[in-house]
Write a protein that binds this ligand. Sequence first.
Ligand code: PLP
Length: 430
Amino acid sequence: MVQNVIAQRGGAATGAPETRPRSGAPLLSRAVERLQPSATNSTSQRARDLRAQGRDIIALSAGEPDFDTPDHVLKAAADAMAAGHTRYAPVAGIPELREAIRSKFRTENGLAFDTDQIMVSTGGKQVIANAMMATIDPGDEVIIPAPFWVSYPELVGFCGGRPVSVPTRPEAGFTLAAEALEAAITPRTKWLVLNSPCNPSGGVHTAADLEALAEVLRRHPHVHILCDDIYEHLIYADTPFRTLAAVAPDLAGRTLTMNGVSKAYAMTGWRIGYAGGPLPLIRAMTKIQGQTTSCANSIAQWAAVAALTGPQDYLADRRESFRRRRDLVVGLLGEATGLRCPTPDGAFYVFPDCAATFGARSPAGTAITDDASFCRALLDETGVAVVHGSAFGMPGHFRISYAAAEAQLVEACARIRDFCAALTRSGGDR
Ligand SMILES: Cc1ncc(COP(=O)(O)O)c(C=O)c1O
């Protein structure tokens, strides 16, 4: 039956079913040919490969807490298996988890959703993929403040849309300026992506920053907002975390608020992300997920219920530990010649500027011409893996994840400092 439908569609232009393959037609789609592999994943893989060859590698490339998943979460997963929660679950998520998320959004964020406005996916990454697939038509534009998480523009492009990168400035804490947003909006703008705290810059938008953006967005009712709040629990400044739909409730009807358990609860491998948003959008995203992956892992969903409803006190301890590491890394990198490292307010990354090293040569003779060659030479010659800023839409920088043991961070920063100190210019000066 389905075969017939496909055959009829295929032959619609000629009136006859198309039975022979087009000779020389490429297997891979144009969309996948355009898609870039994730730079963070490929750097991490290169670090693993070098380590397998026996090299002494310090990998600061992955966006992953080094803490363990809490014991009560592990137990909830074991209990779920023992109780037989091992079958297909509802596509949008088990009712217990959707209820836990509804309650989390209400109490922590001041957002009021009905349970059917909430869906659970295989990681926050799938939430974003679902949202783009559900909404992007060819040529639609998505405004993405730079630097940005590597997957946003790739997913937009894969769906046929046009990512529009809008630079932010280190001096402004990498927050999006209202005037820059206003200037980037066109009649084709479908989404603004807001990621606060930001990967890779660590920039945090305050309530006042969000209100200024909301003011602009009110003038452009065709623009929807995707708030990626996955680093919500990792803010080191005194200003509390705020999300746009709570600061500007009048925009809630066109805001998708996305989050997940990966970063806050050290559950990256469990693959649970979620979103709350307008019902028609959530329904469309659920329809797509129903045809691609169905429900997220049922056992991991029970684990996520325990994460969201269980004790939360250890989050503050982990945040404090990240703050110490941030201060350690920023302090040590301050001693490196040619680097400028602002102090980020959130997430677990620093995003130093390395442009002053361009034009120099590394000890092994590599010409440092840009952030990519800086990071390649750093990995090859010192064994420290970091990710070049161009992958995040901001050349001249690089990202260090400080979600690693303090001893490793100290050693990595010493290697970076020595590497920078040993760079030479053609005149022989450093
Ligand atoms: C900004 C941002 N959003 C979303 C994600 C997706 O996280 P996950 O798919 O593990 O929930 C990540 C992961 O690195 C991220 O950094």
